[in-house]
Design a binder for this molecule. Structure first.
Ligand code: F0G
Length: 461
């Protein structure tokens, strides 16, 4: 029995597909052994991402009906603005269609060639925007997080930040970005103490501090459960304490907005906000709708109220924790402690007979699909490795991880139990799993389009 109960009942259902073994083999082959290329109609449980995959509440669906679709100054914008101001405390509120639109707009205003953006870890789309502006993205995750479980594995390495800001490239740093939670580093939270020290350092060096706040509510809940003496504090209060320390944020609201599309920029600086609005008009539309429909703004305003509810967040954290236990019992090496939005598994450890160049994380992800039409994300050399400019073997990723992301309010404990059973089948035959080679790839985010081929078993493995 799971130690939690879903704090909702189901009002509207969607059937899930059950492809046969033959259909799964054919789908994977047709997809070039890349799970991104498999149609959703061939997936039973889809844990590819927690982004835009949430189930909305009855209150969100009913709010959508009152969406005001006026081009400028819609009521729905006013409601969205009021909720965001109350939650985050930033006066300037700018909606956008999703997180990367916000990143592109803000980072192109802040950065130019030769500049540096420094972060606990830039998410891949954030890094892409920094680099598109001609600047350099420097990641300073706390080093120990990779090796040992720790409560705030999402923190930025403060010693490294002091050294960078005070060093010879210090005057090229134009912003510090804290990604809460740190998605690229196991979905681990950032502590309030870490943000406070970063604030002080930013003040000393005259550098602004921004949050990539896609999972701000989950971060706040994990801060409460992993700190002493905070049990009487609400997630909303902790979230606000963190927002108070920053100059502004951007966020993909496809995560903690509990909606299917949307994002925002929220700032204190009126002048920066005016420049962002100017840039936004080029690609997103008028600044009171930012590429969204009025009904989307309604769903988001309601979602942002629901996401800080303690009961909801408790269920979210406890179900992730329980799922991590199930996967571990199934024989997978799980990263601890589990965060909220996903459980990460070390494919490099499970498949230590497959070298990084032969994509062990991809191999594990594909086996999970073949065994039970479960889709997860590879976060190993396919995503984070780079082709060698000299034409040699790929430069491998630091770790070969697989992410089991948890869409919000979508799957029940029973569904997760099924995934654990599939994982057990795969773990039992780990020694026989083979690697892959890339046969076709293009661009910086090659994982979305690459085609792969399975490698034949080698006698010496
Ligand atoms: N920042 C973080 C921390 C993210 O996790 C994401 C998206 C983005 C920015 C970009 O937002 O997709 O709305 O443009 N993460 C998704 C994921 C794609 O699967 O983790 P977006």
């Amino acid at each position: 029995m799971p130690p939690f109960m879903e704090p909702f009942r189901i009002k509207s259902v969607e059937p899930i597909p059950f492809p046969t073994v033959g259909q799964r083999k054919a789908a994977l082959d047709a997809a070039g052994y890349n799970l991104f290329r498999i149609p959703a109609r061939a997936i039973t449980i889809d844990l590819l991402t927690d982004s835009g995959t949430s189930a909305m509440s009855a209150a969100q669906w009913s709010a959508m009906l009152s969406g005001d679709e006026s081009y400028a100054g819609a009521r729905s914008f006013e409601r969205f603005e009021t909720v965001v101001r109350d939650l985050m405390g930033y006066r300037e509120v700018i909606p956008v269609h999703q997180g990367r639109a916000a990143e592109r707009i803000v980072l192109h205003e802040l950065l130019g060639p030769g500049d540096i953006s420094v972060s606990n870890t830039h998410f891949d789309s954030t890094r892409a925007s920094v680099e598109a502006a001609g600047a350099q993205a420097v990641d300073l995750p706390i080093a120990a997080a990779a090796a040992t479980p720790m409560p705030f594995g999402g923190d930025i390495d403060l010693d490294a930040l002091v050294a960078l800001l005070g060093g010879e490239s210090g005057d090229r740093v134009r912003c510090v970005v804290l990604t809460i939670t740190n998605n690229a580093n196991g979905g681990q939270p950032v502590s309030v103490g870490n943000v406070s020290v970063v604030r002080r350092l930013c003040d000393q060096h005259g550098v602004p501090l921004f949050l990539d706040a896609a999972r701000f509510a989950e971060n706040a809940y994990l801060v409460i459960t992993r700190s002493a003496g905070l049990s009487d504090t609400t997630p909303k209060e902790i979230a606000r304490a963190i927002f108070d320390l920053a100059d502004g944020c951007w966020a993909s609201l496809k995560k903690d907005g509990i909606a299917n599309i949307g994002g925002l920029i929220a700032l204190r600086d009126e002048e920066l906000a005016a420049r962002c609005r100017g840039r936004l008009i080029e690609t997103e539309g008028y600044p009171t709708y930012g590429g969204l429909a009025g009904r989307d703004l309604e769903a988001l305003a309601q979602g942002l109220l629901e996401v800080t509810e303690p009961e909801y967040l408790r269920y979210r954290a406890e179900s992730a924790q329980w799922f991590a236990d199930l996967l571990e019992r199934a024989g997978l090496p799980v990263l601890r402690p589990a965060g909220c939005h996903a459980v990460y598994v070390d494919a490099g450890q499970l498949l230590d007979h497959i070298p990084a160049a032969e994509l062990p994380a991809t191999a594990l992800a594909n086996e999970l699909y073949l065994a039970g039409a479960v889709r997860v994300t590879e976060l190993g050399t396919l995503v984070f490795g780079r082709p060698d400019p000299a034409g040699g073997a790929d430069i491998p990723a630091p770790r070969e991880l697989v992410r089991f992301a948890l869409p919000r309010r979508v799957y029940t404990a029973n569904h997760l139990q099924y995934v654990a059973e599939v994982a057990e089948l795969v773990a039992a035959k780990a020694a026989d799993i083979r690697g892959y080679r890339i046969v076709e790839q293009s661009g910086a985010m090659r994982q979305f389009t690459a085609r792969l081929a399975p490698l034949a078993a080698r006698a010496n493995r």
